[in-house]
Write a protein that binds this ligand. Structure first.
Ligand SMILES: O=C(O)CCC(=O)CC(=O)O
Length: 272
């Protein structure tokens, strides 16, 4: 069971696929209250072709540790894991908060990020009435109810209810302190004004029905990114499990074009 001790946490990770496969490793970073298994479909596909890493963020899944208050601290965990695995250049694939972690690394260590995939992720969280309401009642209702309400609104209508229940159960295993402090970390995260500095070609793929991080916020960021490709799918916030095959195919097409050339200073995102 591979794990790495980092700054008071034991990070559980998987490192699969051929070392001499196609291109630099893909590194999958899950979102808030999730765990590395949200990437099961993508891991199974890419591990046949290239080196792929995924891990549980501290305090999530099988990783221990708490006390982290900023997205930058989570990004430091990711970099520590990659240093341990002797991975210099890579392609981060981050979902939601995992995308915020990816953006942080792309800005702080541009030389290490060959390409980047942001799945239902944005550069700044703006106020939403649903979230405001949930946060307002978060101290009044049992923790499991709070988590359940958050997960429920993360799926587009029609997603199987029993599968949603399983995600609620695994998310509710995340310690309350971790959930609440990282919520604050996401609220404080703001790199929108720095989107123009992102050098890596970036695929921004988003569920049209995402009510948590609405697609218009992603488009705002894409416009500011020098080299962004936008895909919008018929899904909610939980794209990796709502549309696993479509997401995998989109990532595959994006990373199969070979090493990235330097970002072009074009202000216009390409829509595909
Ligand atoms: O905006 C919300 O209410 C939740 C955001 C979220 O779920 C982030 C994530 O999935 O990482």
């Amino acid at each position: 069971m591979p794990q790495l001790e980092v700054d008071g946490a034991a990070l559980r990770y998987d490192d699969e696929g051929p070392r001499d496969g196609d291109g630099v490793p893909l590194v999958f970073v899950h979102g808030w209250t999730a765990n590395r298994h949200r990437w099961d479909h993508q891991m199974a596909h890419f591990a046949e072709r290239r080196r792929v890493i995924r891990f549980d963020l501290r305090g999530h899944g099988e990783s221990s540790g708490a006390g982290v208050k900023t997205v930058a601290e989570l990004a430091a965990d990711l970099l520590a894991l990659l240093d341990h695995l002797e991975i210099d250049r890579f392609v981060p694939v981050g979902h939601s908060m995992g995308g915020m972690i990816s953006q942080t690394v792309a800005l702080s260590h541009p030389e290490r990020v060959e390409r980047m995939v942001l799945v239902n992720s944005i550069g700044r969280m703006t106020y939403s009435r649903g979230r405001g309401l949930l946060m307002g009642v978060s101290t009044l209702v049992p923790f499991k109810l709070f988590v359940a309400a958050n997960i429920q609104r993360a799926f587009a209508p029609g997603y199987p209810r029993d599968e949603i229940r399983a995600y609620i159960k695994s998310s509710a295993d995340t310690p309350r302190e971790v959930v609440m402090t990282l919520y604050g970390a996401m609220r404080a995260f703001d790199v929108l004004d720095r989107a123009g500095e992102i050098q890596a070609p970036t695929l921004m793929i988003h569920g049209y029905h995402d009510v948590q991080l609405p697609v218009r916020q992603m488009l705002r960021m894409a416009k500011a990114c020098p080299d962004a490709t936008v895909r919008i799918l018929d899904a909610g916030h939980e794209l990796p499990v709502e549309k696993p095959a479509e997401l995998t195919a989109a990532i595959d097409a994006f990373v199969s074009v070979g090493p990235a050339s330097p970002a072009r200073p074009s202000p216009r995102a390409r829509l595909s």
